[in-house]
Ligand binder design. Structure first.
Ligand code: ADP
Ligand code: MG
Length: 331
């Protein structure tokens, strides 16, 4: 199959044409009609095999996650997703891999109503770059630089699942054998749940839209809470006091994580793709109503002194060593 056959077969009809796509895949550039009175939000993320996902990740999950991490950035800005471009670098045109990849990518794209409008296809070590575009009514997008002293710091969902899922991937067999050689059904189920959180993150798009006009600042948690919230604090010129015991955890995480590793996994593990938002206390009830079944947990407060402090539920100060994931960090 040549390059153009591959594009036609797997990508030309991946998503339904929408009104905002004047001309999609097949020309030198896509022609798009942005909604009136809106600002456009653009974001791009690359996934490299072995770095952003384990080599054991299925083609479906690689397709899903490539788009999910981009949609998570749009969610953090309160943007409605519109269009995306796919730059795909492949070692070989492996048809069963491509079918799985397109299935994962297309399933999430159709679910969230975002249209694939173009891209590029080249040969090389497996890497996927997606550029996603969204829109928000002018002036309403959520940003990192508007948190204020007295705001509550909140997170959606639960933290640490993906990081624990990654940690346990190599130990899956050992963990099961530990259970007195009886493969424990609960452990197996938990490992699956955690690994799904790593491979198939749910971008919090509805939450992002619902928090417009309520949150003062927002960011999505891709590299770990401590580092990501740090960007909000720096951009806003504020600090925060966080309660380490308040970080929300899933039942699977609570059962499988050693207590000594919990804070590191939840605050610096990364790959959560939850939203961290700041908002004045009087808007908390409205924000929770707006999010429906998705939990919004208060984990701390914004302070005017520009430092990030951690404490336990009993008020004791903690000094955890938290290192968020960073490329080019030689430590
Ligand atoms: P050009 O050489 O003019 O840049 P290409 O030959 O790279 O165009 O691509 C032909 C068409 O197919 C373009 O519309 C491009 O956007 C689209 N395209 C290429 N690769 C992909 C892909 N992986 N997914 C979606 N569309 C793609
Ligand atoms: Mg090209």
């Amino acid at each position: 199959m040549d390059e153009f056959g591959l594009i036609r077969r797997y990508f030309t009809s991946l998503t339904e044409p929408t009104d905002s796509v004047v001309r999609g895949i097949g020309d030198d550039a896509a022609i798009l009609a942005p909604p009136g009175g809106h600002e456009l939000l653009m974001t791009s993320d690359t996934l490299v095999a072995g770095r952003h996902f384990p080599l054991s990740t299925t083609a479906f999950d690689i397709g899903w996650k490539s788009l999910a991490v981009n949609l998570s950035d749009l969610a953090a800005m309160g943007a409605q997703p519109l269009w995306f471009l796919l730059a795909l670098t492949l070692p070989a045109p492996d048809e069963s891999w491509l079918a799985g990849f397109a299935d994962g990518l297309g399933t999430l794209a159709r679910e969230q109503g975002i249209a694939l409008v173009g891209g590029d296809t080249t040969r090389g070590p497996l890497a996927i770059t997606i550029t996603a575009v969204g829109a928000a009514p002018a002036g309403t997008a959520l940003r990192r630089d508007r948190a204020r002293p007295g705001d509550l710091v909140c997170v959606t969902g639960t933290l640490g699942d993906a990081a624990l899922g990654l940690r346990l991937t190599g130990h899956r067999v050992a963990a099961m054998q530990d259970e007195a050689r009886e493969p424990c059904a609960q452990t197996r189920l938990d490992l699956e749940t955690l690994r799904t959180r790593l491979d198939r993150p749910t971008p919090r798009l509805q939450a992002g839209l619902a928090l417009r006009g309520l949150a003062t600042a927002a960011i999505d948690l891709s590299d770990g809470l401590a580092g990501d919230l740090g960007h909000v604090l720096a951009a806003s010129g504020v600090g925060a006091a966080l309660d380490a015991d308040a970080l929300p955890m899933s039942d699977a995480f609570a059962r499988q994580a050693e207590s000594a590793e919990r804070l590191a996994l939840q605050a610096a593990g990364g790959d959560d793709y939850e939203l961290c938002v700041c908002l004045p206390p009087e808007r908390l009830a409205a924000a929770r109503r707006a999010l429906g079944v998705l939990p919004l947990t208060v984990i701390g407060t914004i302070s005017s002194e520009p430092v990030l402090r951690w404490h336990a539920a009993d008020g004791r100060l903690l000094t955890p060593e938290l290192q968020s994931y960073q490329h080019f960090d030689e430590r």
